[in-house]
Design a protein around this ligand. Structure first.
Ligand code: BGP
Length: 481
C-alpha cells in the first residue's frame, strides 16, 4: 500500500473563481471582480470602474455562495478527506482596512466548515488566493505598499482566532512564485498599471520590476508574520506555502541548455520556497537582482521576521512541465503562467499545457530532497471542454486518464521515500478559469451549467470521473482502473 493511512484525498477551489455573490452580505470588491473574461487567445483586461454592461466572471462565478451545501454534500459522497478552499478577504474586511471584521462574512465560512465536518472532511484554507480587496490595490498599488503587510496580518489573525477549532491546515498565499514574473502583477500582487490593460502585460519598466519584487518581498514578510502568530494562537496548526510547481528541463544536453533550465528553476520555482522554508534569500537572488537592475525595498527587521516565520509544509500545484534552451529558433509553448519551450516527447491539453505525469515524480523527489519537510499536492487536473454525450452524460475518460497517470506518479514518489500528505485535485466542481476567465475550460468531477457568456442555471451533474474518484478514495489509491 503506497498511500499512507490518513492520506488527504480531496479537491480544491478558490473563492473568486467559485463563490460569486460578489456584493452579498457586505462583501467589498476585490481585484478579480474588476477583471473581464477572456479566452486562450484574447487577454483578460482589468477595469478601474466596473462597467455594468460588461460580464465579469467572478461576480456570479458558479454561485457556490448559494450552492455550498449541495457542493460539499457531493464532496462527502465522493468520500473526500480534505477540501481546499480559499477565504475571500473582501468578505471579511471589505476594503481591507476596517477596524472590525464583517460578521456575515465570517459566518459564511463557519457554515462551510460545519458542512465539511458533517462529512468528516478536513478543510485546508488558502488565506489569499489571487485576491486582494480592491481598496488596498487602488490605494497602495497592491502589495507594493508595506501597508498590505499589516492588513494581511490583521486578516490572518482574525481567521486563525475565529476558526482555531475548525481548521487545522492553512496556506498563506496561492502560487506565491507567480509574483516572480510579469503575469503575477495583477493577479498575485494586486498591482495595477493603466486602466483597461491586459491582466498579463509583458511590457514592464525597470521601475515596475523593482516594485514587483518589493511587493513579493512584502508578501514574504506578511506570510512569515502570519505563520508565527498562527502558531501562537494554536500550536497544532500546520501552516504551509503554496508554489506553482514549475518543472523545467534542459531542451538538449548542451551544457548551455542545462544552465538555462537551472536558472529558470531557480528564479521561477525555487526562489519563494527557499525564502519561506529556509527563512532567508537564496544565493542566486543577488546576482539575478543585479543583472536585472532590480532594487528590492526592505527594512532591516524583515530578515529576522523571515527566519522566525518558516512554514510547516510545502504545497504546490502541478499541471505541466516546460523546457529551456538558448536556441532562439525553438518555439515557445503556452504554459501555466510560466511559458517555456515545447517538449517533443509530450502531448498538450486543448489549452496548450504539456501533460507530464513522470515530471511530477521528478518534482516531488527534487522538492523533498531539497527541504525534507512534508509535501502536499494542492492542485492538479485537466482543463477540458467537456461535451455532453448523446446519452445525456459527461464521459470524461480523458480526465480520468490524466488523473490516473498523475496518481501513479505520486505512488512511485511515495515508494521513493517522499513524505506526501495529500492530494486535492483542482476545480473539483467546474469553476471559472483563472488565466482565461472561461467556463469552457472545465476541471470538475461535477459539471456546472454555466457558459462563457454567463448563461446557465448553475445546476450540478456528476461526470464519469466523479464515480471513478470515489473508488480511488474508497480504496486509498489501490484501485485506479
Ligand atoms: C492555478 C491557480 C488556480 C487555477 C489553476 C488552473 O494556477 O492557482 O487558481 O485556476 O491554476 O488554471 P486555469 O484556471 O487558468 O486553467
Amino acid at each position: 500500500m503506497a498511500f499512507p493511512k490518513g492520506f488527504l484525498w480531496g479537491g480544491a477551489t478558490a473563492a473568486n473563481q467559485f463563490e460569486g455573490g460578489w456584493q452579498e452580505d457586505g462583501k467589498g470588491p476585490s481585484v478579480p471582480d474588476h477583471v473581464r473574461g477572456g479566452t486562450v487567445s484574447t487577454p483578460r483586461l482589468w477595469d478601474k470602474e466596473i462597467d455594468p454592461s460588461v460580464y465579469y466572471p467572478s461576480h456570479d462565478a458558479v454561485d457556490h455562495y448559494h450552492h455550498y451545501k449541495e457542493d460539499i454534500a457531493l464532496y462527502g459522497e465522493m468520500g473526500f478527506k480534505c477540501y481546499r478552499l480559499s477565504i475571500n478577504w473582501a468578505r471579511i474586511y471589505p476594503t481591507g482596512e476596517e477596524a472590525e471584521p464583517n460578521q456575515a462574512g465570517l459566518q459564511f465560512y463557519h457554515n462551510i466548515f460545519a458542512e465539511c465536518h458533517k462529512y468528516g472532511i478536513e478543510p485546508l484554507v488558502t488565506i489569499s488566493h489571487y485576491e486582494l480587496p480592491w481598496g488596498l490595490s487602488e490605494k497602495y498599488n497592491g502589495w507594493t505598499g508595506r501597508e498590505c503587510i499589516d492588513a494581511f496580518v490583521k486578516y490572518a489573525t482574525t481567521l486563525f482566532t475565529e476558526y482555531k477549532d475548525e481548521v487545522k491546515y492553512w496556506l498563506t498565499f496561492n502560487e506565491i512564485n507567480c509574483g516572480c514574473n510579469f503575469f503575477g502583477r495583477v493577479m498575485s500582487l494586486g498591482m495595477l498599471g493603466k486602466d483597461h490593460e491586459p491582466m498579463f502585460n509583458p511590457n514592464e519598466t525597470e521601475e515596475e520590476r523593482s516594485d514587483r519584487f518589493t511587493a513579493l518581498h512584502n508578501q514574504f514578510v506578511a506570510s512569515a508574520k502570519a505563520v508565527k502568530i498562527g502558531h501562537e494562537i494554536n500550536p497544532d496548526f500546520m501552516i504551509g506555502l503554496m508554489i506553482a510547481g514549475n518543472m523545467t528541463y534542459p531542451y538538449t544536453c548542451n551544457p548551455k541548455d542545462v544552465r538555462a533550465a537551472q536558472s529558470a528553476m531557480q528564479m521561477a520555482n525555487w526562489f519563494c520556497g527557499d525564502v519561506q522554508v529556509r527563512g532567508h534569500y537564496p544565493h542566486y537572488a543577488k546576482r539575478y537582482f543585479k543583472d536585472n537592475n532590480i532594487t528590492v525595498r526592505t527594512e532591516p527587521e524583515d530578515f529576522e521576521i523571515l527566519k522566525e516565520g518558516t512554514v510547516d509544509f510545502y504545497s504546490f500545484s502541478y499541471y505541466m512541465s516546460a523546457t529551456a534552451t538558448v536556441d532562439p529558433d525553438v518555439l515557445k509553448t503556452n504554459g501555466n503562467m510560466f511559458s517555456g519551450v515545447g517538449n517533443p516527447y509530450l502531448k498538450s491539453s486543448e489549452w496548450g499545457w504539456q501533460i507530464d505525469p513522470e515530471g511530477l515524480r521528478t518534482y516531488l523527489n527534487e522538492v523533498y530532497g531539497r527541504y525534507e519537510i512534508p509535501l502536499m499536492i494542492v492542485e492538479n487536473g485537466l482543463g477540458a471542454n467537456d461535451v455532453r454525450s448523446e446519452d445525456g452524460k459527461f464521459h470524461d475518460d480523458y480526465r480520468i486518464n490524466y488523473l490516473r497517470d498523475h496518481i501513479k506518479a505520486m505512488e512511485e514518489a511515495i515508494e521513493d521515500g517522499v513524505d506526501l500528505m495529500g492530494y486535492t485535485m483542482w476545480g473539483c466542481t467546474d469553476l471559472v478559469s483563472a488565466s482565461t476567465g472561461e467556463m469552457k475550460k472545465r476541471y470538475g468531477f461535477v459539471y456546472v451549467d454555466r457558459d462563457n457568456d454567463g448563461n446557465g442555471d448553475f445546476h450540478r451533474e456528476r461526470k464519469d470521473s466523479f464515480y471513478w474518484y470515489k473508488k480511488v478514495i474508497e480504496t486509498n489509491g489501490e484501485d485506479l482502473d
